[in-house]
Structures are given as structure tokens and as C-alpha cells.
Design a protein around this ligand. Structure first.
Ligand SMILES: Nc1nc2c(ncn2[C@@H]2O[C@H](COP(=O)(O)OP(=O)(O)OP(=O)(O)O)[C@@H](O)[C@H]2O)c(=O)[nH]1
Ligand SMILES: [Mg+2]
Length: 503
């Protein structure tokens, strides 16, 4: 049974936002005392957290479907719905997250890094929150938006300073066991190690980690043995240690030809862009098993040749624990050099959380040909979210959507792209929401009861404003002046004279 998994596809569904509530407050002598519908809660996020206590993706191999809770709907009396709790998924340090197309979304290569893998939906506003001075009694609320749903791929790339590479049974696991507290399985048959082991080594004041990966054989790059698959765990190491077996009894094998085979296999391994190819990293050679007399002689024989090739060579015995001190100090030196170099470099941007273009246009209009004439497709985060928030059974809510779109400039842009009244307008990808465009949508609610968002019953505003009063006053004054002028005219015309012609 597998106990180690280093690649897994996660199916995530983040919680939906709760709907906002439409409610009107009722009091004993004031049955319509204003809107009091609360907001819906936000859906929970699904967050990946790099956790040093976790070493395998096994739990996600067994349970790849994960969901976070929805936000609760809002309620009357200004009660907001509860937010859904975030779901935290602990993953091993060194987990790389990619999307379906293989693009790297995040690299969780240090303990504690968090990545929002699936964002929860937004809660909708209740009608209390939608009330403004102009819209005192909104008869609608916003719906919650759906949470992110989709697949992500997790791949574990062990983070270690030094990687041990070599043939099966060369003694790699024995070496990590004698250098560190790691206790991997050790046996004298090939491919004992089936997954990477990590150990922490202390040499002087330097602490570094060593990774022991399954053995390589000739043709590993074509998939022989366990193949090169596990070299993904070597990708991030700053140095390689070749472990060569000097006591093998297999015909045709000796430390030098073993090294050549391993080198040509490592050369065939493609590292991701931006990383140093494996063979350009610092390398040391350990001639193992020198406690065996024949091996000791062989090691002495091949040592000059290896040194001539430019390697630092250490004769060691992982079982008798000889030569380990010099080896670990030499490794520590390489690690320190690499750390100093990395510290000098400007720190790379470590994590990119779904970047959004700054100041990008909020939406675009794409004109598509269709069987019934052109289709104008509006694409953009805001319009798509607003449509998700709209309850299309509520005319007021639809009118609110139209206002928001018009305010964003969607109507102007539609005009510019050649839309006319009656054109087909679609918001977002897909076919879900199709409009026949009427420049400036009006809703029936508006026609029946004055401006949208006002309700005559709630809002009996009878006091005239100062402007109205001023206008009334001027009207009255004008009327008076006119009446006076008329009297004067009549008088001049002699209409007021009595019978004997006296005024
Ligand atoms: N005499 C002697 N035997 C050793 C030494 N190191 C390892 N061995 C033996 O070699 C055999 C293989 O050792 P492992 O440590 O499992 O080798 P490995 O390189 O991890 O092998 P794989 O996991 O199969 O790739 C075991 O039987 C060990 O006891 C050593 O220094 N001297
Ligand atoms: Mg092993």
C-alpha cells in the first residue's frame, strides 16, 4: 500500500456567499418603519498552508474532493448571515500548485506560506445596506456569488540542501541514516527506497537537510527502474553527492563507469526554466563501503582519476561510520556558499496570488456574429459578478443592475460598438444571461410607483422645498402684477366710469 504520494489532483469547491435579505421593519404604530434586511455571509476560502509536519500528499490522494462551507443568508432585523469558515489544507513544504494548463500558481517552499487555492463567494447585501437617501426603501437584495470551483494539481518537490544520487544499493539510505536522525529502510536488494527520505545534518554550526532519493540505473531517463521521476525532489538542492559503491560484485560495474552512467542520466533530466541544470551544480563524490578490504583497495585505485576530473573525493563507510565527519563538513561548506550567494541576490518574488492587472479596463465588449445578427458580449469581473448578484425575478433588482451597468459605462461602450435598440447583449461567457438591449432599461415597478427605490407609503414627503416655495412666491407675485396691470388697462379703457362719466 502506498504511504507516500507526491502528485495529486485536487477538486475544490469554495463556499457560496449567502443571499442578502429583503425585509421591512414593523413597529406597533409604524408598520412600515424602513428596510432592515441583513447582508449574507461570505463563503469560506480553501487555503493551502505549507506545514513542516506534513511530508506527503497522501491524505489528498485518498480524499481529493474538498469543500468549504457556504455563507449564511442575511435575515430581518439587521441580522447578517455568518461567514463560512475557511478550510485550511496543510501540505508539505515544497508543494508546487499548478492549474489545469500546467501554469504554476504558487510555490509553497517555506513553512507557513499560505495560498488561497479557491476563493469563497461574496455575500449579497441586504436591502438595509442598499438603502440610500435617494433609494429609501429598496424592495430587493443582492444574491451571494458562487465560490470558486475547479481542479488544481499539487506536486511535491522536496526542499533539501544536498541530494544523494547513485545506483541502487550504493548505500545512500545507509549514509543518510548515519549522518542524521532519519531511519529509512535499508536492505541489500535494489530499489529498497521507493520514496524520498529527508534528514537534517549538523556540521559545526551549520544545519542542512539531505534528501535520499530512489536509485538510478542506466536508461532511467527512458523509464527503466523507477525512472527519473523522483529527480523532481532533487531539483531544488544546491549540491549533489554521488554515492559510489566500491564493493559491488556485479560484473561490468566499477565506481568510474557507475558515475558516468549517473551523469548521463542526470544530464537527460530537464529542470524547470530559470533553474540551474543538475550537472552545473556543485558535486562531491563519496566512495562508499571502504570497510570491505577489496573496496578499500578499489577506492584507492580510482581516487586519482576522479580527482583529476575535478571532484573532491571522500572515502567513507556508512556502516562503520568512517570518513563521515570530513564529508559532512565539506557538504556544509558548499551549502554555506550557496546560502551566501542566495542572500546576496535580490529576493525573488516568492508567491503570486492570482495577479490582477492594475487599472485595467473594468470590462470589454466583444462583438460576435450570430445566426440572428451580431451578439454583443460584455466581459469583465464586475459585470459578471453583478449579474450573479441579481435576482431576475425582481424587477427592482434588474433595474438596479441596469443602473450599475450604465454607471460603469457599459451603455456608452455598447453604442460605440454599434449596438442599437433590440440588439442581443450577453454578459459573461456562455449563454446564461441574454438581454434584448433597450438603451436605459426601465422596470415596471418604476412606472407604477414613482422613482425606483422610493415607496409613497414610506415616504410621504409633503413639505415643499425652499426652491419650490420661492417659485410659488414668484408665480404669485407675477399673477398679482398681471392682475394689477389688467385693472389699470380696464381703468384706462374707461370701463370703471359710472353713468355720468366720473371716475
Ligand atoms: N559493508 C558495507 N555495507 C554497506 C555500507 N553501506 C551500505 N551497505 C549495505 O548495502 C546495502 C544497500 O544499502 P542501502 O542503504 O539500502 O542502499 P541504497 O543506496 O539506499 O539502495 P536503494 O534504496 O535500493 O537505492 C545494505 O545491505 C547495506 O547494509 C557500507 O558502508 N559498508
Ligand atoms: Mg535506499
Amino acid at each position: 500500500m502506498a504511504t507516500f504520494v507526491d502528485q495529486v489532483t485536487l477538486h475544490l469547491r469554495a463556499g457560496h456567499g449567502g443571499n442578502g435579505c429583503v425585509s421591512v421593519r414593523r413597529e406597533k404604530f409604524k408598520p412600515l418603519a424602513g428596510p432592515d434586511g441583513g447582508n449574507g455571509g461570505h463563503g469560506g476560502d480553501i487555503i493551502l498552508v505549507a506545514d513542516p509536519q506534513v511530508t506527503t500528499l497522501l491524505t489528498y490522494h485518498r480524499g481529493p474532493y474538498r469543500t468549504s462551507p457556504n455563507g449564511q443568508p442575511g435575515m430581518g432585523d439587521h441580522r447578517h448571515g455568518a461567514n463560512g469558515d475557511d478550510l485550511e489544507l496543510p501540505v508539505p513544504v515544497g508543494t508546487v500548485v499548478t492549474d489545469e494548463s500546467g501554469e504554476v500558481l504558487a510555490d509553497l517552499d517555506a513553512p507557513g506560506i499560505r495560498f488561497i487555492a479557491a476563493a469563497g463567494g461574496q455575500g449579497g447585501l441586504g436591502n438595509a445596506a442598499l438603502a440610500t437617501t435617494k433609494r429609501k426603501a429598496p424592495g430587493f437584495a443582492l444574491l451571494g456569488t458562487p465560490g470558486w470551483e475547479g481542479e488544481l494539481r499539487l506536486e511535491l518537490k522536496t526542499v533539501a540542501d544536498v541530494a544523494l544520487v547513485g545506483f541502487p544499493s550504493a548505500g545512500k539510505s545507509s549514509l543518510i541514516a548515519s549522518l542524521s536522525a532519519a531511519r529509512p529502510k535499508i536492505a541489500d536488494y535494489p530499489f529498497t527506497t521507493l520514496h524520498p527520505n529527508l534528514g537534517v545534518v549538523e556540521a559545526g554550526s551549520t544545519r542542512f537537510t539531505v534528501a535520499d532519493v530512489p536509485g538510478l540505473i542506466e536508461g532511467a531517463s527512458e523509464g527503466k527502474g523507477l525512472g527519473l521521476e523522483f529527480l523532481r525532489h532533487v531539483e531544488r538542492c544546491s549540491a549533489l553527492l554521488h554515492v559510489l559503491d566500491c564493493a559491488t560484485l556485479e560484473p561490468g560495474r566499477d565506481p568510474l563507469s557507475d558515475l558516468d552512467v549517473i551523469l548521463s542520466e542526470l544530464r537527460a533530466y530537464p529542470v524547470p526554466e530559470g533553474q540551474t541544470p543538475l550537472l552545473e551544480r556543485p558535486q562531491l563524490v563519496a566512495l562508499n563501503k571502504v570497510d570491505v578490504p577489496d573496496a578499500h583497495d578499489l577506492a584507492a585505485l580510482v581516487r586519482p582519476e576522479l580527482e583529476q576530473r575535478g571532484y573532491r573525493v571522500f572515502e567513507i563507510s556508512a556502516v562503520a561510520r568512517t570518513g563521515l565527519r570530513e564529508l559532512s563538513f565539506a557538504l556544509a561548506e558548499l551549502v554555506e556558499e550557496d546560502r551566501a550567494r542566495k542572500a546576496a541576490e535580490p529576493a525573488p518574488q516568492r508567491i503570486v496570488l492570482r495577479p490582477k492587472a492594475v487599472n485595467a479596463a473594468q470590462f470589454t465588449v466583444r462583438v460576435e456574429g450570430g445566426t440572428y445578427g451580431p451578439v454583443y458580449r460584455i466581459l469583465g469581473d464586475k459585470p459578471v459578478r453583478w449579474v450573479q448578484q441579481t435576482d431576475f425575478t425582481n424587477d427592482e433588482a434588474v433595474g438596479f443592475l441596469a443602473d450599475r451597468l450604465a454607471k460603469l459605462g457599459v451603455e456608452d461602450e455598447l453604442f460605440r460598438s454599434g449596438a442599437v435598440a433590440g440588439s442581443t447583449v450577453v454578459i459573461g461567457e456562455g449563454e446564461s444571461i441574454v438581454f434584448d438591449w433597450e438603451p436605459t432599461l426601465t422596470s415596471t415597478a418604476e412606472l407604477m410607483t414613482g422613482p425606483r427605490g422610493s415607496d409613497g407609503r414610506l415616504d410621504p414627503n409633503v413639505r415643499p422645498t425652499r426652491n419650490q416655495r420661492r417659485e410659488d412666491y414668484f408665480d404669485r407675485m407675477d399673477a398679482k402684477a398681471e392682475a394689477r396691470a389688467e385693472l389699470v388697462r380696464e381703468k384706462e379703457a374707461g370701463l370703471w366710469a359710472d353713468e355720468d362719466g366720473q371716475a
